[in-house]
Design a protein around this ligand. Sequence first.
Ligand code: ZN
Length: 212
Amino acid sequence: MLLQSQASQLTELLGLPEAKVEDMTIIDGVGVFFVVRSTRRDAECPRCGKRSRHLHTNNGYDIEDLPWNDQSVVLRVNRRQFWCEGCGEVFSEELVFVNKRRLYTKRLANQIVGQVLGSSIRSVAARTGMSEEQIETMLKDAGEAYLLETPEGLKYLGIDEIAVVKGQGKYYGVLVNLETHQPITLLPSRSPPPATAVTPPSRPRYRYSITI
Ligand SMILES: [Zn+2]
């Protein structure tokens, strides 16, 4: 077990909101494993909105985080279930650093999405070990989160294309905030662009941009 001071330093180093490191193990050739606990003692019931401290079940999950120096980082997280005294239902808590039903942190997803915008889904999948389906889900999540959080901050809108495989096959259209380079939403996949279309090799490579 870590000393209290070591745990505090690692918590600071990891820098995740509402999360506290309780233990850490390094397994050679495999990665760094953190045991992480939420700093919140209660959670809000998604059905009735009442906050509850009545622990029902502890559920351990392994959540992938940003790699450190090419080492995989896994957070062993307890995503607790609480019993709600308002409506009598049992619910799982939300962790601010992970999207619902996902096994990777929001910041890992953001980093992957950033890489895909300058590359293709397949090459990022090969580089990171993520599946293409996981990356497509990350793109959709990023778009939905952006629409929910800051639609009014949008000034410059770009339309870009993400290739599943660069130069061939299926393409996704993606609306991008040109100031932050964050995707806003993923458009349905479509056929490859005509052979005459030119994609400059590096960013910015937005095909169109609109000032709002
Ligand atoms: Zn409730």
